[in-house]
Write a protein that binds this ligand. Sequence first.
Ligand code: MG
Length: 277
Amino acid sequence: MTENKFPVQPGSLPDSQPESCPGGSRRLPPAPAPNWALFLDIDGTLLDIAARPDEVAVPPVLRRHLAAVQQALDGALALISGRPIIEIDRLFDPLRLAASGQHGSEWRRGPQQMTEVVARHPVPEPLRRLAEDLKQLDPAIVVEQKTHALAVHYRHAPALGAVLGERLKAALADHRHLVLLHGRQVWEVKDASQSKGTAVRHFMAEPRFAGRLPVFIGDDTTDIDGFRAVEAMGGMALPVGPAVHGAVHPERPGFADAAAVRRWLGDYARLVDGAAA
Ligand SMILES: [Mg+2]
């Protein structure tokens, strides 16, 4: 693992308290320093996981807190998600942030800019139809057709996870430009050339982000590309919960769950902008 080249700058929040975290206990990270570039996954990191992806709830105060943090970091904050950017905007409306969607397949450099597509290899129609057919195995399977990816959720049919993975893997054998990701009770098919790691690298080349200490917060295996990208740049990976516990040294700081991330952001937002409380 790459060691941090920059010391973590302690913020002015009260001393971090260890949080209980399945698979280990981590101390909370210090408050963000003014030189951070903050990359935030959404589901399971900022928001609690819901039964269906379209049923997540965004606490209104979270919008205010994100806006305050983004301002305190001079705009160096981006949401890095598997969701399409159009959906990210719908969730956080009226707040618009810099964002990367569909696992690095598209990005928006800043809140006022247009979404740009970076994916080079579309998911072909036959593969999309095959994914739809998988619903015949169990009506509880949810297939999400995205413009540059597709996701097969099996949260309510957990016993079928392995079968779904095998079917998709077999279908992908002829598509070497695509890759199969395994997230929390979801399989995703996407362009192999893009990831949350490439998204981080794109942002770090932008004037708003360049020269800052990159920090990535994520809860799922698909965030590990983001972790590795920030670590390679001397930054910091902050894991959330047990799924990515093994991806980051246990003595590094982290969060027990999304609620802990929201509290941490809220504490910092109040510190930099009392009106954000
Ligand atoms: Mg997540």
